[in-house]
Design a protein around this ligand. Structure first.
Ligand code: URP
Ligand code: ZN
Ligand code: ZN
Ligand code: ZN
Length: 491
Protein backbone atom coordinates (compact mmCIF):
# COMPACT_ATOMS: atom_id res chain seq x y z
CA UNK A 1 0.00 0.00 0.00
CA UNK A 2 1.08 3.55 -0.73
CA UNK A 3 0.12 5.11 2.63
CA UNK A 4 1.19 3.96 6.09
CA UNK A 5 -2.16 4.80 7.65
CA UNK A 6 -5.47 6.30 6.61
CA UNK A 7 -8.22 7.70 8.81
CA UNK A 8 -11.54 7.41 7.04
CA UNK A 9 -14.86 9.26 7.24
CA UNK A 10 -14.03 11.33 10.33
CA UNK A 11 -15.15 14.84 11.12
CA UNK A 12 -11.77 16.49 10.77
CA UNK A 13 -11.33 19.61 12.89
CA UNK A 14 -8.62 22.23 12.83
CA UNK A 15 -8.61 25.69 14.39
CA UNK A 16 -9.87 27.03 11.05
CA UNK A 17 -12.11 24.32 9.69
CA UNK A 18 -14.44 21.43 10.24
CA UNK A 19 -15.62 18.90 7.67
CA UNK A 20 -15.85 15.25 6.69
CA UNK A 21 -12.53 14.16 5.28
CA UNK A 22 -10.36 11.15 4.73
CA UNK A 23 -6.85 11.70 5.93
CA UNK A 24 -3.71 9.90 4.74
CA UNK A 25 -0.37 9.53 6.49
CA UNK A 26 3.02 8.64 5.06
CA UNK A 27 6.45 8.77 6.69
CA UNK A 28 5.05 10.36 9.83
CA UNK A 29 3.48 13.31 7.99
CA UNK A 30 -0.02 14.25 6.93
CA UNK A 31 0.07 13.59 3.18
CA UNK A 32 -3.49 14.14 2.01
CA UNK A 33 -6.87 15.43 3.11
CA UNK A 34 -9.62 14.41 0.73
CA UNK A 35 -13.42 14.45 0.85
CA UNK A 36 -14.78 11.52 2.89
CA UNK A 37 -15.18 8.42 0.75
CA UNK A 38 -12.28 9.31 -1.52
CA UNK A 39 -9.63 6.90 -0.26
CA UNK A 40 -9.73 3.16 -0.89
CA UNK A 41 -9.23 0.94 2.17
CA UNK A 42 -6.51 -0.92 0.29
CA UNK A 43 -4.40 2.23 -0.07
CA UNK A 44 -2.83 1.91 3.38
CA UNK A 45 -1.23 -0.60 5.70
CA UNK A 46 -3.43 0.53 8.58
CA UNK A 47 -7.00 1.78 8.34
CA UNK A 48 -8.76 3.63 11.14
CA UNK A 49 -12.50 4.08 10.74
CA UNK A 50 -13.49 7.38 12.32
CA UNK A 51 -17.11 7.51 11.13
CA UNK A 52 -19.04 9.90 13.37
CA UNK A 53 -15.93 10.88 15.37
CA UNK A 54 -13.84 14.01 15.65
CA UNK A 55 -10.31 13.79 14.27
CA UNK A 56 -8.10 16.61 15.55
CA UNK A 57 -4.44 17.62 15.68
CA UNK A 58 -3.03 16.07 18.85
CA UNK A 59 -3.20 18.06 22.04
CA UNK A 60 -0.28 20.31 22.88
CA UNK A 61 0.15 20.88 26.58
CA UNK A 62 2.50 23.82 26.98
CA UNK A 63 2.59 23.80 30.78
CA UNK A 64 3.81 20.60 32.39
CA UNK A 65 6.14 20.08 35.36
CA UNK A 66 8.15 16.84 35.23
CA UNK A 67 11.15 15.62 37.22
CA UNK A 68 11.52 18.96 38.99
CA UNK A 69 13.54 19.32 42.18
CA UNK A 70 11.77 20.73 45.28
CA UNK A 71 12.01 24.27 43.90
CA UNK A 72 8.91 25.59 45.58
CA UNK A 73 10.38 24.57 48.90
CA UNK A 74 8.17 21.51 49.17
CA UNK A 75 8.47 18.16 47.49
CA UNK A 76 9.77 16.82 44.21
CA UNK A 77 7.29 16.45 41.34
CA UNK A 78 6.01 12.88 41.23
CA UNK A 79 6.12 12.30 37.47
CA UNK A 80 9.27 11.93 35.45
CA UNK A 81 9.53 12.06 31.66
CA UNK A 82 8.36 8.47 31.36
CA UNK A 83 5.26 8.51 33.54
CA UNK A 84 4.30 12.10 32.71
CA UNK A 85 4.38 11.59 28.93
CA UNK A 86 2.70 8.17 29.22
CA UNK A 87 -0.13 9.97 30.98
CA UNK A 88 -0.11 12.65 28.27
CA UNK A 89 -0.62 10.24 25.35
CA UNK A 90 -3.38 8.36 27.19
CA UNK A 91 -5.18 11.70 27.36
CA UNK A 92 -4.73 12.64 23.70
CA UNK A 93 -1.72 14.91 24.10
CA UNK A 94 1.07 14.45 21.55
CA UNK A 95 3.50 17.22 22.51
CA UNK A 96 4.29 18.72 25.89
CA UNK A 97 6.42 21.69 26.80
CA UNK A 98 7.83 21.18 30.28
CA UNK A 99 10.25 23.25 32.35
CA UNK A 100 14.01 23.26 32.60
CA UNK A 101 14.30 24.83 36.04
CA UNK A 102 17.26 26.99 37.03
CA UNK A 103 17.99 26.91 40.74
CA UNK A 104 19.32 30.17 42.20
CA UNK A 105 22.75 28.62 42.71
CA UNK A 106 23.10 27.72 39.03
CA UNK A 107 24.53 30.41 36.80
CA UNK A 108 24.47 28.73 33.37
CA UNK A 109 21.14 28.24 31.63
CA UNK A 110 22.82 25.98 29.08
CA UNK A 111 23.87 23.67 31.91
CA UNK A 112 20.26 23.68 33.12
CA UNK A 113 19.05 22.85 29.62
CA UNK A 114 21.57 20.03 29.27
CA UNK A 115 20.65 18.52 32.64
CA UNK A 116 16.96 18.56 31.78
CA UNK A 117 17.55 17.23 28.26
CA UNK A 118 19.39 14.27 29.83
CA UNK A 119 16.43 13.54 32.10
CA UNK A 120 14.13 13.41 29.09
CA UNK A 121 16.39 11.63 26.60
CA UNK A 122 15.06 8.18 25.61
CA UNK A 123 12.33 8.44 28.27
CA UNK A 124 9.37 10.14 26.62
CA UNK A 125 6.28 8.64 25.00
CA UNK A 126 5.39 11.93 23.30
CA UNK A 127 7.28 14.76 21.66
CA UNK A 128 8.55 17.49 23.93
CA UNK A 129 10.38 20.76 24.37
CA UNK A 130 11.35 22.91 27.35
CA UNK A 131 10.72 26.40 28.65
CA UNK A 132 13.72 27.70 30.58
CA UNK A 133 12.58 28.60 34.09
CA UNK A 134 14.76 31.50 35.22
CA UNK A 135 15.19 32.17 38.93
CA UNK A 136 18.51 34.04 38.78
CA UNK A 137 18.98 36.30 35.75
CA UNK A 138 22.71 36.91 36.11
CA UNK A 139 24.68 38.59 33.31
CA UNK A 140 25.86 35.15 32.23
CA UNK A 141 22.32 33.77 32.14
CA UNK A 142 21.08 36.72 30.06
CA UNK A 143 24.02 36.36 27.68
CA UNK A 144 22.93 32.77 27.01
CA UNK A 145 19.55 33.70 25.53
CA UNK A 146 20.98 33.71 21.99
CA UNK A 147 22.47 30.25 22.52
CA UNK A 148 19.12 29.04 23.86
CA UNK A 149 17.46 30.18 20.63
CA UNK A 150 20.06 28.26 18.63
CA UNK A 151 19.18 25.18 20.68
CA UNK A 152 15.52 25.59 19.72
CA UNK A 153 14.27 27.15 22.96
CA UNK A 154 12.08 30.21 22.33
CA UNK A 155 10.33 30.73 25.67
CA UNK A 156 11.14 31.27 29.33
CA UNK A 157 9.15 31.43 32.55
CA UNK A 158 9.69 33.80 35.45
CA UNK A 159 7.98 34.17 38.82
CA UNK A 160 6.68 37.10 40.83
CA UNK A 161 6.20 34.85 43.89
CA UNK A 162 7.78 31.83 45.69
CA UNK A 163 10.86 32.69 47.73
CA UNK A 164 13.15 30.39 45.75
CA UNK A 165 12.06 31.83 42.41
CA UNK A 166 10.68 35.35 42.83
CA UNK A 167 12.26 38.11 40.74
CA UNK A 168 12.19 41.80 41.61
CA UNK A 169 10.77 44.21 39.05
CA UNK A 170 14.22 45.39 37.91
CA UNK A 171 15.21 41.77 37.28
CA UNK A 172 12.02 41.21 35.31
CA UNK A 173 12.94 44.21 33.13
CA UNK A 174 16.43 42.77 32.53
CA UNK A 175 14.85 39.51 31.40
CA UNK A 176 12.20 41.16 29.20
CA UNK A 177 14.74 43.38 27.44
CA UNK A 178 16.98 40.45 26.54
CA UNK A 179 13.94 38.38 25.57
CA UNK A 180 12.90 41.16 23.19
CA UNK A 181 16.36 41.25 21.62
CA UNK A 182 16.49 37.50 21.08
CA UNK A 183 12.90 36.72 20.03
CA UNK A 184 11.96 34.88 23.20
CA UNK A 185 8.43 34.82 24.65
CA UNK A 186 8.32 35.40 28.41
CA UNK A 187 5.78 33.53 30.52
CA UNK A 188 5.03 35.21 33.84
CA UNK A 189 3.62 33.70 37.02
CA UNK A 190 1.74 36.74 38.28
CA UNK A 191 1.04 36.66 42.00
CA UNK A 192 2.34 39.25 44.47
CA UNK A 193 4.72 37.27 46.70
CA UNK A 194 5.03 39.95 49.39
CA UNK A 195 1.29 40.33 49.81
CA UNK A 196 1.03 36.54 49.99
CA UNK A 197 3.58 36.36 52.82
CA UNK A 198 1.75 39.08 54.70
CA UNK A 199 -1.62 37.39 54.30
CA UNK A 200 -0.12 34.09 55.42
CA UNK A 201 1.17 35.77 58.58
CA UNK A 202 -2.30 37.15 59.33
CA UNK A 203 -3.77 33.65 59.04
CA UNK A 204 -1.03 32.07 61.16
CA UNK A 205 -1.57 34.65 63.89
CA UNK A 206 -5.20 33.50 64.00
CA UNK A 207 -4.27 29.79 63.79
CA UNK A 208 -6.18 29.41 60.51
CA UNK A 209 -4.08 26.71 58.88
CA UNK A 210 -6.42 24.25 57.10
CA UNK A 211 -6.00 23.72 53.32
CA UNK A 212 -8.83 26.14 52.47
CA UNK A 213 -6.78 28.99 53.91
CA UNK A 214 -4.37 28.50 51.04
CA UNK A 215 -7.08 30.18 48.95
CA UNK A 216 -7.69 32.85 51.60
CA UNK A 217 -3.98 33.68 51.56
CA UNK A 218 -4.12 34.40 47.82
CA UNK A 219 -7.14 36.63 47.11
CA UNK A 220 -7.91 37.64 43.53
CA UNK A 221 -6.40 41.08 44.03
CA UNK A 222 -2.99 39.54 44.62
CA UNK A 223 -3.25 37.99 41.16
CA UNK A 224 -4.76 40.97 39.37
CA UNK A 225 -2.22 43.41 40.87
CA UNK A 226 0.71 41.28 39.74
CA UNK A 227 -0.91 40.75 36.32
CA UNK A 228 -1.29 44.50 35.91
CA UNK A 229 2.35 45.04 36.94
CA UNK A 230 3.61 42.32 34.60
CA UNK A 231 1.71 43.94 31.73
CA UNK A 232 3.15 47.36 32.61
CA UNK A 233 6.69 45.99 32.62
CA UNK A 234 6.06 44.27 29.29
CA UNK A 235 4.66 47.52 27.87
CA UNK A 236 7.74 49.44 29.01
CA UNK A 237 9.98 47.04 27.10
CA UNK A 238 7.41 46.61 24.31
CA UNK A 239 7.73 42.84 24.12
CA UNK A 240 5.27 39.93 24.20
CA UNK A 241 4.37 38.29 27.49
CA UNK A 242 2.10 35.42 28.42
CA UNK A 243 0.40 35.36 31.82
CA UNK A 244 0.30 31.72 32.89
CA UNK A 245 -2.47 29.85 34.77
CA UNK A 246 -4.92 32.74 35.17
CA UNK A 247 -7.59 31.85 37.72
CA UNK A 248 -9.42 35.05 38.54
CA UNK A 249 -11.97 37.04 36.55
CA UNK A 250 -10.35 40.27 37.75
CA UNK A 251 -6.98 39.27 36.28
CA UNK A 252 -8.71 38.22 33.06
CA UNK A 253 -10.28 41.67 32.90
CA UNK A 254 -6.89 43.37 33.28
CA UNK A 255 -5.56 41.19 30.46
CA UNK A 256 -8.53 41.95 28.24
CA UNK A 257 -8.01 45.68 28.68
CA UNK A 258 -4.35 45.39 27.69
CA UNK A 259 -5.26 43.33 24.62
CA UNK A 260 -7.86 45.92 23.64
CA UNK A 261 -5.11 48.55 23.74
CA UNK A 262 -3.21 46.40 21.24
CA UNK A 263 -0.47 45.21 23.59
CA UNK A 264 1.10 41.81 22.83
CA UNK A 265 -0.32 40.21 25.98
CA UNK A 266 -1.31 36.54 25.90
CA UNK A 267 -2.89 34.44 28.60
CA UNK A 268 -3.30 30.85 29.66
CA UNK A 269 -5.88 29.20 31.86
CA UNK A 270 -6.26 25.60 33.06
CA UNK A 271 -9.06 23.08 33.75
CA UNK A 272 -8.71 23.53 37.53
CA UNK A 273 -10.06 27.07 37.08
CA UNK A 274 -13.06 25.74 35.18
CA UNK A 275 -13.92 22.74 37.33
CA UNK A 276 -12.61 23.23 40.90
CA UNK A 277 -13.69 25.72 43.54
CA UNK A 278 -12.28 26.72 46.89
CA UNK A 279 -14.85 24.38 48.47
CA UNK A 280 -12.75 21.54 47.05
CA UNK A 281 -10.01 22.71 49.43
CA UNK A 282 -12.39 22.31 52.36
CA UNK A 283 -12.87 18.55 52.31
CA UNK A 284 -12.74 16.60 55.59
CA UNK A 285 -9.36 16.11 57.24
CA UNK A 286 -6.50 17.12 55.02
CA UNK A 287 -8.13 15.82 51.81
CA UNK A 288 -8.50 19.38 50.57
CA UNK A 289 -4.72 19.45 50.17
CA UNK A 290 -5.19 17.48 46.94
CA UNK A 291 -6.69 20.52 45.23
CA UNK A 292 -4.15 23.08 46.40
CA UNK A 293 -2.56 24.90 43.49
CA UNK A 294 -1.48 28.44 42.78
CA UNK A 295 -3.30 30.57 41.97
CA UNK A 296 -6.05 28.76 43.87
CA UNK A 297 -9.39 27.62 42.52
CA UNK A 298 -11.80 30.49 43.00
CA UNK A 299 -15.18 30.87 44.69
CA UNK A 300 -17.69 29.23 42.43
CA UNK A 301 -19.86 29.18 39.31
CA UNK A 302 -19.64 32.92 38.50
CA UNK A 303 -15.84 32.70 38.46
CA UNK A 304 -15.92 29.64 36.22
CA UNK A 305 -18.34 31.42 33.89
CA UNK A 306 -15.96 34.36 33.55
CA UNK A 307 -13.09 32.02 32.63
CA UNK A 308 -15.25 30.18 30.06
CA UNK A 309 -16.20 33.58 28.62
CA UNK A 310 -12.50 34.46 28.37
CA UNK A 311 -11.83 31.21 26.50
CA UNK A 312 -14.59 32.01 24.02
CA UNK A 313 -13.77 35.68 23.45
CA UNK A 314 -10.02 35.27 22.95
CA UNK A 315 -8.76 36.71 26.24
CA UNK A 316 -7.16 33.31 26.75
CA UNK A 317 -4.83 32.16 24.03
CA UNK A 318 -4.22 28.66 25.35
CA UNK A 319 -5.63 26.07 27.74
CA UNK A 320 -2.87 24.06 29.46
CA UNK A 321 -2.88 21.63 32.36
CA UNK A 322 -0.17 23.04 34.67
CA UNK A 323 0.35 19.37 35.53
CA UNK A 324 2.44 19.65 38.71
CA UNK A 325 1.98 16.39 40.57
CA UNK A 326 2.88 15.39 44.11
CA UNK A 327 2.12 12.12 45.81
CA UNK A 328 -0.38 12.77 48.57
CA UNK A 329 0.46 9.91 50.91
CA UNK A 330 4.19 10.15 50.64
CA UNK A 331 6.89 10.80 53.19
CA UNK A 332 8.68 13.27 50.94
CA UNK A 333 5.76 15.35 49.78
CA UNK A 334 1.99 15.78 49.88
CA UNK A 335 0.28 15.06 53.15
CA UNK A 336 3.34 14.27 55.21
CA UNK A 337 5.19 17.36 54.02
CA UNK A 338 2.27 19.49 55.15
CA UNK A 339 2.06 17.76 58.51
CA UNK A 340 5.24 18.63 60.39
CA UNK A 341 6.25 18.11 64.01
CA UNK A 342 5.65 21.83 64.47
CA UNK A 343 2.19 21.58 62.87
CA UNK A 344 0.82 18.09 63.66
CA UNK A 345 -2.60 19.09 62.28
CA UNK A 346 -1.00 20.33 59.08
CA UNK A 347 -0.43 23.83 57.72
CA UNK A 348 -1.52 25.04 54.30
CA UNK A 349 1.79 26.70 53.64
CA UNK A 350 3.57 23.32 53.64
CA UNK A 351 1.30 21.75 51.03
CA UNK A 352 3.13 21.42 47.73
CA UNK A 353 1.36 23.61 45.16
CA UNK A 354 0.02 21.92 42.07
CA UNK A 355 -2.31 19.22 40.78
CA UNK A 356 -1.94 16.44 38.23
CA UNK A 357 -3.91 17.06 35.02
CA UNK A 358 -1.98 16.30 31.84
CA UNK A 359 -4.19 13.26 31.13
CA UNK A 360 -7.57 14.76 31.98
CA UNK A 361 -7.19 18.19 30.29
CA UNK A 362 -8.72 17.31 26.93
CA UNK A 363 -11.42 14.90 28.10
CA UNK A 364 -12.70 17.23 30.84
CA UNK A 365 -12.89 20.18 28.48
CA UNK A 366 -14.40 18.20 25.62
CA UNK A 367 -17.00 16.62 27.91
CA UNK A 368 -18.05 20.04 29.21
CA UNK A 369 -19.26 20.76 25.68
CA UNK A 370 -18.89 24.53 26.04
CA UNK A 371 -16.57 25.30 23.10
CA UNK A 372 -17.03 24.74 19.38
CA UNK A 373 -14.77 21.96 18.10
CA UNK A 374 -12.65 24.53 16.21
CA UNK A 375 -12.25 26.69 19.32
CA UNK A 376 -11.30 23.60 21.28
CA UNK A 377 -8.53 22.79 18.78
CA UNK A 378 -7.38 26.40 18.75
CA UNK A 379 -6.99 26.56 22.53
CA UNK A 380 -5.54 23.11 23.13
CA UNK A 381 -3.38 22.61 20.04
CA UNK A 382 -3.10 25.27 17.31
CA UNK A 383 -2.48 28.28 19.53
CA UNK A 384 0.06 26.65 21.82
CA UNK A 385 1.89 25.57 18.64
CA UNK A 386 1.83 29.11 17.23
CA UNK A 387 2.64 30.84 20.50
CA UNK A 388 5.67 28.65 21.17
CA UNK A 389 7.06 28.29 17.66
CA UNK A 390 5.92 24.74 16.78
CA UNK A 391 3.44 25.65 14.05
CA UNK A 392 2.63 24.25 11.46
CA UNK A 393 4.70 21.16 12.17
CA UNK A 394 2.49 20.76 15.24
CA UNK A 395 -1.05 22.02 15.90
CA UNK A 396 -2.20 21.73 12.27
CA UNK A 397 -3.10 19.14 9.63
CA UNK A 398 -1.44 20.67 6.59
CA UNK A 399 -0.45 18.04 4.01
CA UNK A 400 3.29 17.87 3.58
CA UNK A 401 4.01 20.17 6.52
CA UNK A 402 2.34 18.82 9.62
CA UNK A 403 3.40 15.80 11.63
CA UNK A 404 0.69 13.14 11.73
CA UNK A 405 -0.11 13.82 15.40
CA UNK A 406 -3.77 13.10 15.98
CA UNK A 407 -6.34 12.67 18.67
CA UNK A 408 -9.39 10.70 17.52
CA UNK A 409 -12.46 10.70 19.76
CA UNK A 410 -15.34 8.26 20.05
CA UNK A 411 -18.29 8.71 17.69
CA UNK A 412 -20.67 11.07 19.49
CA UNK A 413 -23.05 9.47 21.99
CA UNK A 414 -21.39 6.07 21.85
CA UNK A 415 -19.81 6.35 25.30
CA UNK A 416 -22.12 6.23 28.31
CA UNK A 417 -21.19 8.97 30.81
CA UNK A 418 -18.59 7.54 33.18
CA UNK A 419 -16.65 8.75 36.23
CA UNK A 420 -12.98 9.74 36.16
CA UNK A 421 -11.07 7.46 38.51
CA UNK A 422 -7.44 7.67 39.41
CA UNK A 423 -7.04 3.94 38.87
CA UNK A 424 -7.68 4.46 35.15
CA UNK A 425 -4.99 7.14 34.77
CA UNK A 426 -1.37 6.62 33.78
CA UNK A 427 0.51 9.14 35.90
CA UNK A 428 2.61 8.31 38.96
CA UNK A 429 0.26 10.03 41.39
CA UNK A 430 -2.03 8.54 44.03
CA UNK A 431 -4.99 10.80 43.31
CA UNK A 432 -6.75 12.98 40.76
CA UNK A 433 -8.60 16.10 41.89
CA UNK A 434 -11.39 15.00 39.53
CA UNK A 435 -12.12 11.63 41.17
CA UNK A 436 -15.75 10.56 40.49
CA UNK A 437 -16.47 13.53 38.21
CA UNK A 438 -18.67 12.37 35.33
CA UNK A 439 -17.46 12.84 31.77
CA UNK A 440 -18.80 11.73 28.41
CA UNK A 441 -15.76 11.59 26.13
CA UNK A 442 -12.22 10.25 26.10
CA UNK A 443 -9.63 9.98 23.32
CA UNK A 444 -10.01 6.65 21.55
CA UNK A 445 -6.74 6.87 19.61
CA UNK A 446 -3.67 9.03 19.88
CA UNK A 447 -1.18 9.06 16.99
CA UNK A 448 2.26 10.63 17.01
CA UNK A 449 4.12 11.02 13.71
CA UNK A 450 1.81 8.41 12.22
CA UNK A 451 2.22 5.77 14.95
CA UNK A 452 -0.72 4.78 17.14
CA UNK A 453 0.53 5.33 20.70
CA UNK A 454 -2.83 5.08 22.51
CA UNK A 455 -5.60 2.67 21.56
CA UNK A 456 -8.10 2.75 24.41
CA UNK A 457 -9.93 -0.43 23.39
CA UNK A 458 -6.93 -2.48 22.29
CA UNK A 459 -3.95 -2.33 24.60
CA UNK A 460 -4.20 1.18 26.02
CA UNK A 461 -0.76 2.79 25.84
CA UNK A 462 0.77 0.98 22.87
CA UNK A 463 3.49 3.53 22.16
CA UNK A 464 6.90 3.09 23.63
CA UNK A 465 9.13 4.96 26.00
CA UNK A 466 11.83 6.75 24.02
CA UNK A 467 9.68 7.27 20.91
CA UNK A 468 9.09 10.92 21.86
CA UNK A 469 11.52 13.39 20.33
CA UNK A 470 12.87 16.74 21.40
CA UNK A 471 11.39 19.31 19.01
CA UNK A 472 13.39 22.41 18.22
CA UNK A 473 11.20 25.48 18.30
CA UNK A 474 11.23 28.69 16.33
CA UNK A 475 10.17 32.10 17.63
CA UNK A 476 6.47 32.64 18.26
CA UNK A 477 4.43 33.13 15.11
CA UNK A 478 1.67 34.92 17.02
CA UNK A 479 3.82 38.00 17.53
CA UNK A 480 5.79 40.15 15.14
CA UNK A 481 9.50 40.45 15.54
CA UNK A 482 10.54 43.86 16.79
CA UNK A 483 13.20 45.20 14.42
CA UNK A 484 14.04 48.49 16.12
CA UNK A 485 16.24 48.43 19.20
CA UNK A 486 14.74 49.51 22.53
CA UNK A 487 16.11 52.89 23.56
CA UNK A 488 15.71 54.61 26.90
CA UNK A 489 15.76 57.97 25.06
CA UNK A 490 12.36 57.23 23.56
CA UNK A 491 10.68 57.84 26.90
O1 URP B 1 0.39 25.42 41.89
C1 URP B 1 1.03 25.39 40.87
N1 URP B 1 0.62 26.02 39.80
N2 URP B 1 2.18 24.72 40.84
C2 URP B 1 3.01 24.65 39.75
C3 URP B 1 4.04 25.68 39.77
C4 URP B 1 3.67 26.85 38.96
O2 URP B 1 3.79 27.95 39.46
O3 URP B 1 3.28 26.72 37.81
ZN1 ZN C 1 -6.85 11.36 -4.70
ZN1 ZN D 1 3.40 29.21 37.90
ZN1 ZN E 1 3.11 25.48 36.52
Amino acid sequence: PFYDCIVLNGTVVTAADIGRYDLAIKDGKIMLLAPAGHLARTSATRVIDAEGAYVMPGGIDAHVHLAEPPLFGKGRTADDYTTGTRSAVAGGTTTIVSFAPQEKSESSLLDVLNTTAEKAADQAYCDYSFHLLISNPTAQALDEFTALRERGISSIKIYMTYEALQLRDNQILDVLLRARETGITTMIHAENGDVLSWMTKQLEDRKLLAPKYHATSRPQILESEATNRAIALGELIDTPILIVHVSSPSAAQVIRQAQTKGLPVYAETCPQYLFLTRDDLDKPGFEGAKCVCSPPPRQGPEDHEAIWAGLKNGTFTILSSDHCPFIYDDAESGKKAAITPEFPEGHFKYIPNGCPGVETRLALTMSADRLTPQKFVELTSANPAKLYGLYPRKGALIPGLSDADLVIWYPSDTLEPFPITNSALHHNVDYTPYEARMISQWPRYTLIRGEVVWDRDNGGVVGRKGYGQFIKRDRSSLTNSNPSPWTVESF
